[in-house]
Design a protein around this ligand. Structure first.
Ligand code: CP
Length: 319
């Protein structure tokens, strides 16, 4: 993994993803031991789009590993507001930082950044590019499913809400297909269905299957995981469509009463209205665990691509 950019999780093998899960579990219980893993390193967090969790967790991850951070949150504060290209911003930042995390509203921005940084030997981690991919959110999702069920397969996983623009959904489905043996229940309004290329990925995986449905209450009792998503206002062209669709699915205790007691509710956050606050106290609510897992997985990823070994960590297959 050393020196490698991560634009999508296809940039990592299944074995490498398992290793990151294993490292994150180690970090969770050895925070003091790993506190100097990245001493002297600098992370550049370049966020052209709003973020709370991703930016703060990328930065916290580096700080908790002993490194430092630079960057901007909001392109209006950087020279992009004067017309600078992504490539030039990345070539500049690569002179300052050892690793770059990039969030950008345009699909493909992370790939441009990866290519711009390549000659500097600086890895770029995609922190979300438009409606395309959000690989480190997927790492957080996988860690949460793994910690709740002890596995990533033999599960029925419902994804609910905006399945068209929800980039976290696309990354998660594609990655779970690589682990295999998952049945996906895709719950969305007609206008926000899963893109064809994501369905193609499921169809190309013999051990995986899916159904598309409109009604959450009909299927909630079958699910091991319910992954709720926000309707992505910022990706709509038409405000009326957004207003019509935004409250299609609201998970509350009444609906949750129909679910398995072992079901886990995930959400990449931020939520708007799609999970009632009353659900937060239900043991099935896993979305704030997911936030913590995001930081732990980013610690595992940052140290791995920098080639900085976690003190005391022994890979699971070498114990
Ligand atoms: N899950 C996620 O990407 O959250 P932020 O937009 O707050 O980073």
């Amino acid at each position: 993994m050393v020196g490698r950019s991560v634009v999508s999780l296809d940039d990592l093998t299944v074995t490498e993803i398992r290793e990151l899960l294993d490292k994150a579990a180690y970090i969770a219980t050895h925070q003091r031991q790993v506190a100097h893993t990245c001493d002297g390193r600098v992370l550049a967090a370049l966020f052209y789009e709003p973020s709370t969790r991703t930016r703060l967790s990328f930065e916290t991850a580096m700080l908790r590993l002993g490194g430092k951070t630079i960057g901007f949150a909001g392109a209006q504060l950087a020279s992009v507001s004067k017309g600078e290209s992504i490539a030039d911003t990345i070539k500049t930042t690569a002179n300052y930082a050892d690793i770059i995390a990039l969030r950008h509203p345009k699909e493909g921005a992370a790939l441009i950044a990866k290519e711009a940084a390549a000659s500097y030997g600086v890895p770029v981690i995609n922190a979300g590019d438009g409606g395309h991919m959000h690989p480190t959110q997927t790492l957080a999702d996988l860690a949460t499913i793994q910690s709740r069920f002890g596995r990533l397969d033999q599960l029925t996983i419902g994804l609910c809400g905006d399945l068209t623009f929800g980039r976290t959904v696309h990354s998660l489905i594609e990655t779970l297909c690589r682990f295999g043996n998952v049945h996906f229940v895709l719950i969305s309004p007609e206008e926000l269905v899963t893109p064809r290329y994501v369905l193609d990925r499921i169809e190309a995986t013999p051990s995986c299957s899916y159904v598309e449905v409109r009604d959450l209450t009909q299927v909630i009792g079958d699910l091991d995981v319910l992954y709720m998503t926000r309707v992505q206002k910022e990706r709509f062209f038409n405000e009326d469509d957004y207003l019509r669709l935004r409250d299609t699915y609201i998970l509350d205790e009444q609906k949750l009463a129909q679910a398995k007691t072992s079901m886990a509710v995930l959400h990449p956050l931020p939520r708007v209205n799609e999970i009632a606050v009353e659900v937060d106290d239900d043991p099935r609510a896993a979305y704030f665990e997911q936030v913590r897992n995001g930081m732990l997985m980013r610690m595992a990823l940052e140290s791995s691509v920098l080639g900085d070994e976690l003190p005391g960590y022994v890979p699971a297959n070498k114990e």
